[in-house]
Design a protein around this ligand. Structure first.
Ligand code: NAD
Length: 259
């Protein structure tokens, strides 16, 4: 008997926010490699055109569209573009996120709002848009929200980020409960430190080497280390999973505490 690939994403339409860089770009590639038609969303479409082009060069299907997750009209337009190209989006990765470091007593109103607008409102608006369209179309689908191990533990200087990511974990449960009977699963991934373009210089510096001592497996994550969890949660393999957050952190969370 031919082995069945339970992580197969063929026939699925996957939309990834914050897809121009880092994990979002990697998620697009992983989904395309497993057969999904991919809609790569970034605030400026030209920034993600390279990601879509790389997928098409490899005989995959992808488009780049613009979408700002803090703006509901812009999210709706991104889903419109996705539907026009491939049909109803049935796999969503709410990945766009920002970190604005700052001690709690010094965080400005603007930085607090900016973090919540992107990391919390943006994830909710993206998931809600996806669910509304799936419900209307009478289709099943899966949503993955990108949280962080800082949704569980905290460190000095990351209050706004940690609070927003804790909210994503709770939101994942709330949305999963409401939509499970409609065939829409909602899960999250809580990554530990993963080396991306944005943090490579710091994490590969002397200070970064020190930080690996806090990670039981002894290294930072690589972008591809999240592929397994992502595909599990979005594909048929995760059909009985909803409302859960999968931690992918080399064991770092076990020892996470306030510092
Ligand atoms: P990144 O900065 O490369 O990716 C974030 C992307 O989101 C960027 O492309 C950015 O342009 C986009 N974005 C920001 N605001 C947006 C908005 N309003 N609308 C649309 N797009 C917007 O960093 P990354 O490491 O790839 O992070 C991706 C996600 O993973 C984030 O949610 C981040 O919090 C989370 N995360 C990352 C790590 C890590 O170590 N890299 C660890 C835990 C969680």
């Amino acid at each position: 008997m031919a082995p069945k690939n339970i992580l197969d994403m063929s026939g699925r339409v996957a939309l990834v926010t914050g897809a121009g860089t880092g994990l979002g770009a990697r998620f697009c590639m992983a989904l395309a490699e497993h057969g999904a038609s991919v809609v790569a969303v970034a605030r400026r479409a030209e920034k993600v055109e390279g990601v879509a082009e790389a997928i098409r060069r490899d005989d995959g299907q992808a488009i780049a569209v613009s979408g700002d997750v803090t703006d509901t009209a812009s999210i709706a337009a991104a889903f419109d573009a996705a539907e026009k190209a491939f049909g109803t989006v049935d796999a969503v990765v709410a990945n766009a996120g920002i970190a604005v470091p700052g001690r709690a007593a010094e965080i400005s109103d603007e930085d607090w709002r900016k973090t919540m607008a992107t990391n919390l409102d943006g994830v909710f608006f993206t998931a809600r848009e996806a669910a509304q369209r799936l419900l209307k179309a009478g289709k099943h689908g899966a949503i993955v929200n990108i949280a962080s191990i800082l949704g569980y533990g905290v460190g000095k200087g990351n209050a706004s980020y940690a609070v927003s990511k804790a909210a994503v974990i709770q939101m994942t449960q709330a949305l999963a409960l409401e939509w499970a009977f409609k065939g829409i699963r909602v899960n999250a991934i809580a990554p530990g430190y993963v080396v991306t373009d944005i943090n490579r210089d710091y994490l590969t510096s002397g200070k970064g080497a020190e930080m690996t001592k806090e990670i039981p497996v002894g290294r930072f994550g690589r972008e591809q280390d999240l592929d397994g969890a992502l595909l599990l949660l979005l594909s048929e393999a995760g059909a009985f999973m909803t409302g859960t957050t999968v931690t992918v952190d080399g064991g770092q969370r076990i020892g996470l505490r306030g510092s």
